[in-house]
Design a protein around this ligand. Structure first.
Ligand SMILES: *[C@@H]1O[C@H](CO)[C@@H](O)[C@H](O)[C@H]1NC(C)=O
Ligand SMILES: *[C@@H]1O[C@H](CO)[C@@H](O)[C@H](O)[C@H]1NC(C)=O
Ligand SMILES: *[C@@H]1O[C@H](CO)[C@@H](O)[C@H](O)[C@H]1NC(C)=O
Length: 213
């Protein structure tokens, strides 16, 4: 009896510490379709195939923006049945010369497949090596960005380009490097950034103006 109680308490302690640390635990049931009206799962008896479905990913995103790229996300917001499963899907579209800015996902590795075009991809290892691992991908090529590392995608072909990516988190997080440094609210003090980037404050002011939100 005592050992049963110990097992239950250990289980609760592990579950609670995983929740506190924000680690995605393995599912405890077949599925837990997100209920938009509460933090619980929808009653499994009411779950339908459509709870695991999303259409329309063949439609390119709108790349008429300064970066010339668009990211269409298929996550738990689009497919409630993805809840607790630890995966997210993205579609990237690029105008000619389009860029997905250097960024990191703090909670996910990413595997990307080029659907069409020529895309220069790269990621950078941690300090102090800061090695760039980079390659030009063609249609059908696959590349991996390890969890947490800064990476980018740039359309280097003569036309548009498209790719699809999977990330191993329900909530990968997105930290774009330029706006996380120069577009913060409120701004990081200019003498901090001038010293960090070893340029004058005028240069910092220009960058801050560029990324101001
Ligand atoms: C959530 O609440 C809205 C408004 O009360 C209701 O129409 C909808 O059916 C609810 N959704 C679910 C999945 O229970
Ligand atoms: C694409 O976005 C631009 C800029 O926001 C907008 O002017 C244009 O109408 C959009 N095109 C489509 C097809 O939605
Ligand atoms: C892009 O166009 C140039 C000039 O027409 C050609 O030399 C080059 O091979 C093309 N590149 C690709 C990736 O198609």
């Amino acid at each position: 009896m005592a050992s049963h109680i110990l097992v239950i308490f250990s289980f609760l302690a592990i579950t609670c510490s995983m929740a506190a640390a924000g680690i995605e635990p393995g599912p405890l049931q077949d599925f837990c379709v997100a209920d938009p009206n509460s933090s619980d799962c929808i009653n499994p008896k009411l779950v339908k195939a459509d709870n695991f479905f999303s259409g329309g990913l063949h439609v390119p995103g709108n790349t008429s923006n300064p970066s010339g790229s668009a990211v269409t996300s298929v996550s738990v917001a689009q497919i409630p049945g993805l809840n607790t499963l630890g995966i997210t899907l993205l579609r990237f579209d690029f105008a000619k010369g389009g860029l997905v800015t250097p960024h990191t996902h703090p909670r996910a590795s990413e595997i990307v497949t080029v659907l069409d075009g020529s895309i220069l991809v790269g990621f950078v290892s941690s300090f102090p090596d800061n090695r760039l691992f980079s390659k030009v991908l063609q249609t059908g090529d696959v590349f991996v960005f390890p969890i947490g590392l800064t990476h980018f995608l740039s359309n280097v072909g003569n036309g548009t380009a498209a790719a699809i990516a999977s990330l191993n988190s329900q909530n990968p997080g997105f930290i774009p490097i330029p706006s996380t440094v120069f577009g913060t609210n409120p701004p990081i003090a200019d003498d901090v950034l001038a010293k960090a980037y070893q340029v004058d404050k005028l240069t910092i002011a220009k960058l801050q103006a560029r990324f101001k939100r």
